[in-house]
Design a binder for this molecule. Sequence first.
Ligand code: ADP
Length: 206
Amino acid sequence: MIGPPGSGKGTQAAVLAAKLKIPHLSTGDVLRAMAQSQTAEGLELHRIMTEGKLVPSEMVNKFVLISLQSKITGCILDGYPRNLEQAKFLTQNYQGKIQAIYFKIDKSLVAERVAGRFSCNHCGKIYNRYLSQPMTDTVCDKCGSHDFLFRSDDNLAAVTARLDAYTTETEPVVKYYTTKGLLKTLRADRSVSEISEELLSIVKSH
Ligand code: ADP
């Protein structure tokens, strides 16, 4: 799944994974977990991510490939490949079929989406202060947890940097898969249910 921050990839990847019963790998989630460690690598990752920059591809490539090769059912990749280097690495090293889905949305719409985002620290359900709320302000309506998480890179400066990284590094990946005839485009400025319905039919027809 390719699209700017806040285009809804994470939400849709989780819905699709549950519907199709296939694994969902979010490189952002894995890297956020790695960035918690108080090692030199963890601290460096934390710094890069809080600044809204991309982490070095060789670090991400390694764990994505290991993870993909261990999943015979295939896998939903959310946040990868994120630049041409990663896209070419995937083409060269992964023998399975690839379908790229582009979440198309005007970049001016995503800053508010991202800046209002938070999630349940227990089940991972994503909420948005401006667009959706848990049933009560303090309880997750999916699992009942009271523990919500705000990402340190969801502030305006980091969101701007992430959008810049998206424009310079990730948009070329959209072209790469278009040229290969592997890209399907989804309009991501619609409701969660409209998008998930179309996404499911795209994936099933592949
Ligand atoms: P978003 O798409 O909303 O920016 P993610 O959770 O996908 O959020 O990514 C958060 C951060 O994790 C990125 O800003 C980047 O620093 C890092 N990251 C995630 N995936 C990759 C990747 N494939 N390559 C390099 N860095 C990545």
